[in-house]
Design a protein around this ligand. Sequence first.
Ligand SMILES: C[S@@+](CC[C@H](N)C(=O)[O-])C[C@H]1O[C@@H](n2cnc3c(N)ncnc32)[C@H](O)[C@@H]1O
Length: 267
Amino acid sequence: MADSGLDTSRPHPARRYDYWLGGKDNFEADRESARQIEARMPLVRLTVHENRWFLHRAVRHLAGLGIRQFLDIGTGIPTSPNTHELAQLADPTARVVYADNDPLVLAHARALLTGDPRGRTAYLDADLRDPVRILGDEDLRRTLDLNQPVALMLIAILHFVRDAEDPRGILDTLIDALPDGSYVVASHVTLEYMTPEEFKAVRAVAEAQSQARSGVELAELFDRPDLTPVGPGVQSVSEWWADEAPNPRPRVEDVACNGFVARVTRS
Ligand SMILES: C[S@@+](CC[C@H](N)C(=O)[O-])C[C@H]1O[C@@H](n2cnc3c(N)ncnc32)[C@H](O)[C@@H]1O
């Protein structure tokens, strides 16, 4: 994100996201901008909540499968419960590395580093588009053992990487570093469930900020022989582990975000 976010008179995407989630780390300029977007795209607030709840369920689910290490890229302004809180609730020794490229998130990062002392939490000021730098980071290496399974969490970040920036190559580098039994979890903005009228209304707003992808395009980014999709692979975030989610479930058409989960198998 080009805007440093430290100027409170201008809207900032991370603070706007925080506003929609009901957080307190936002200012009038962010709220005004968020209201303007919401007027054209009323489903944005439900979408960010459903995305967040997908993150919660995914961490709980993977912790239940015995995953004790998480690499969460695209942290966002801390919103409790975060990945480390959920993972350490299941097992206080769980280890979590967060990474984000936004200076505003960095300014809030201390709040993320107060995990259970029996586990370990680290924050990297790093860019997803430089996966080699992330994987080689000393704090990451001190915190995670890349010989043991890791859950790579890419929650509502991949739509900020446009096709011209080689998202497939970035993912391949990250996934190649994961050992057998690891998991990949991603969520991604999509406009595919909208009516033509809704699509026309939101397209310009959505495309100015990010690159929405269809479920098929999202699955293609993860089409590798060492990845076995969990369940259907891609479905609306609102449908993942629906029996553990707040009820009643929203309609898929009202949530502009898909989720993908897969297990890494090494022969
Ligand atoms: C919509 S927020 C999602 C936050 C959190 N993952 C969630 O789903 O609640 C997207 C986050 O990704 C970060 N981000 C966007 N592009 C990035 C990049 N290239 N490298 C690292 N972080 C990035 C933004 O700064 C922002 O904090």
